[in-house]
Write a protein that binds this ligand. Structure first.
Ligand code: ING
Length: 315
């Protein structure tokens, strides 16, 4: 009898600068109830799910940034009702947020996600490793993408947890563009990967057809799930936030690489799928049997070299 788990992507529509955390928590609770009413036991919320995608704004007052966009604890008084609801409903969830913490006497800020069990307790934490964008102010640009300014590179690395009867790992947004991140989780036995994202529809650097960005998002999700034989839930915060559009297309992808469910709006929306966690067993034992087929002795460059360098074998 194979293990099944009904998993949900709980997509958020826009959160505007003027929206309060209290209002957002009410939306998150409504999405959690909707997902649970459809039978979901594990719910994946987006990246930075409590606030607008603030890295689009250049802000110089760090104390204001900390107050408006970071959480000094999770749960915090304003988010406690969401944790209480998860316990009341007996559902687990992934949620992304701006983490403010004091470690070794200094303030540190991360783009963070946590796994919360059906008892409302935090099981695991991940701090985003691949921070896109820039740290400098680009006043000529239509918008900023200041993740390198507001967050430190995650220092926890890529881990998995035994979570609700499935080996579960976490990633955040830009991580999905780097195959090494997924492989790190798959090498630890990941069966489900949860990933929240906030992806602007417009390209900051050059004109790019919006449909092409969605195409990239969809092929990456399908290839990463397949090449690592894992279930993958990717959940968007999307829609037009204060005039700046981000795309939706939240997806639940099977280890076969097939899209099992996809959202069709850029608003608050729940999609669910009754995942057969053991569906990947054949793949993990044959085509993607890492132990039988991988040859790390030939992969050294992947660890040793950061940027590409032209080093042809014939000089
Ligand atoms: N957002 C985007 C993402 O990786 C981005 C940033 C978009 C980078 C497109 C490069 C190209 O989906 C976040 N938050 O990482």
């Amino acid at each position: 009898m194979s293990r099944h788990m009904k998993i949900a992507a709980a997509q958020l529509g826009p959160i505007h600068l003027a929206d309060s955390r209290e209002a957002v928590v009410k939306r998150l609770i409504a999405l959690m109830r909707e997902a649970q009413s459809q039978g979901a036991r594990f719910i994946v919320f987006p990246e930075l799910a409590l606030t607008t995608f603030f890295p689009r704004w250049w802000m110089k007052d760090q104390s204001e940034v900390d107050r408006r966009f970071f959480e000094a604890s999770m749960p915090s008084p304003v988010t406690q009702p969401l944790f209480d609801e998860s316990k009341r409903l007996g559902v687990g969830f992934y949620i992304g947020y701006g983490e403010l913490t004091e470690e070794a006497g200094r303030m540190r800020r991360f783009n963070t996600a946590i796994l919360v069990g059906p008892d409302g307790n935090v099981v695991g934490k991940y701090r985003k490793v691949h921070l896109p964008g820039h740290a400098d102010h680009k006043p000529q640009a239509a918008f900023q993408h200041l993740e390198k300014k507001y967050f430190e590179v995650g220092d926890i690395g890529f881990k998995v947890w035994r979570f609700m009867d499935a080996i579960t790992g976490m990633l955040i947004c830009n991580d999905r563009r780097w195959p090494e991140a997924f492989r790190m989780l798959a090498l630890q036995g990941a069966e489900i990967v949860a990933l929240g994202f906030n992806t602007p529809t417009e390209n900051l650097h050059y004109p790019e057809p919006p449909a092409l960005r969605v195409h990239h998002h969809l092929i990456m999700a399908q290839s990463m799930a397949f090449q690592n034989a894992t279930w993958l839930v990717e959940t968007a915060k999307c829609g037009v936030e204060d005039g700046f559009r981000m795309f939706g297309h939240s997806v639940i992808v099977a280890p076969t690489g097939e899209i099992a469910a996809k959202t069709t709006t850029e608003d608050d929306e729940v999609i669910c799928f009754n995942a057969d966690i053991d569906l990947a067993q054949n793949l993990k034992q044959t085509m993607f049997n890492f132990a039988a087929h991988r040859r790390p002795e030939h992969y050294k460059l992947i660890i040793e070299r950061i940027g590409a360098e032209v080093t042809p074998a014939n000089g």
